[in-house]
Design a protein. Structure first.
Length: 343
């Protein structure tokens, strides 16, 4: 069963009345900040939602530009990071072009490549090397780096990322940095020049269902991405963008609180998994942990057995490791502390 098929299966089981502990999908299981909901409601009560710019709300783009240290012309807003990544790949690449990403990796990258007729090459890594490739010079039109990584929650060394970007630039190629989890890293991640960077409000601000993200890119690529938005989504709903602006104005308070929660969850789950005989790298960030143990010969079978006991975790197969499982550590302290009974 694929990652996305599992997600649908869990929804189906819940509809039948089953109570599932859902650790299979990247849901923070944290409340959306009150300022987000209040701002959206106030806006909808005072304004009629209208069409807006395909580039995004001007005030939001200005705030993002200050956040990212770039010009407003480099910022394009979209309905989540997945749409932005798909759009950028659509406008930069042509059928048959090669895309490289370190493995394990988020399954969506390969699915996008399949949809667009691109050739996906995964660079195998190992737990012993903290899931980081040794090489930095990749012969591909596009390199995608998820940093912090999904599913491992490891942060790539700064020197490695900079070298990959430098080598891609020499070849006239592109690098996408998927930074959906950046504000949840336990140590600060710096900005990287020379790459297209994607950020999302879903995980950093507990806004999964609001569908809001943005991309930082060269002006010429941004102009093409705006046209892509025009013929697909038209624009992101304006009340959602106003809510996003409000959350960025309160960013430090929200992300500091969230990082503390994820660090506490990570400390609990690492202890529980150690006691249960699992092997893994200690997460550098919220919100996942990628683990295995000798008894897991087939992750799909193992996860289906757990699902029968009402625990949903994701098999590592679609992420590139058939003997690993990914757990989204999105449960309360009591549930995490007793998880060994289900694992």
């Amino acid at each position: 069963m694929s990652f996305y098929e599992l997600a649908e299966k869990v929804i189906e089981l819940e509809r039948s009345g089953r109570k599932i502990i859902k650790m299979h999908i990247g849901d923070t299981n944290l409340p959306t900040p009150e300022i987000v909901t209040k701002t959206a409601i106030d806006y909808l009560q005072s304004e009629k939602p209208r069409y807006g710019s395909a580039a995004g709300l001007l005030a939001l783009r200005e705030k993002i530009a200050r956040r990212e240290g770039c010009e407003i012309e480099n910022v394009v807003v979209g309905p989540g990071s997945k749409h932005l990544i798909y759009g950028i790949m659509s406008i930069l690449l042509k059928r048959g072009d090669k895309v490289i990403t370190p493995d394990p990796s988020w399954p969506a990258y390969e699915l996008i490549c399949n949809q667009l007729g691109l050739k996906m090459q995964k660079i195998k890594t190992s737990r012993e090397d903290n899931w980081c490739p040794k090489e930095t010079d990749f012969d591909a039109k596009l390199v995608i780096i998820c940093n912090p990584n999904n599913p491992t929650s490891t942060v790539y060394p700064e020197s490695w990322v900079r070298k990959v970007i430098e080598n891609a630039k020499k070849r006239g190629n592109f690098v996408i940095l998927d930074e959906a989890y950046r504000a949840l890293a336990f140590e600060t991640i710096k900005n990287y020049d020379g790459a297209i960077r994607i950020r999302s409000f879903s995980k950093e601000f507990n806004m999964e269902g609001w569908r809001l993200g943005y991309a930082i890119m060269p002006k010429k690529i941004a102009e093409k991405m705006i046209k892509y938005n025009q013929i697909t989504i038209t624009c992101v709903a304006d009340f959602v963008q106003h809510a996003g602006l409000a959350v960025l104005e309160n960013e430090e308070e929200i992300t500091t609180k969230n990082r503390k929660i994820w660090k506490e969850r990570a400390d609990i789950i690492t202890r529980v998994l150690n006691e249960s005989g699992f092997e893994f790298t200690k997460p550098d960030s919220g919100i996942y942990i990628f683990a295995t143990k000798p008894e897991i010969k087939n992750a799909d079978k193992y996860c289906m057995e757990r699902l029968a006991a009402d625990l949903a975790i994701a098999p590592g197969t679609d992420f590139g490791e058939s003997k690993y499982v990914r757990l989204c550590i999105n449960q309360d302290e009591k549930t995490l502390n007793t998880l060994n009974k289900l694992l």
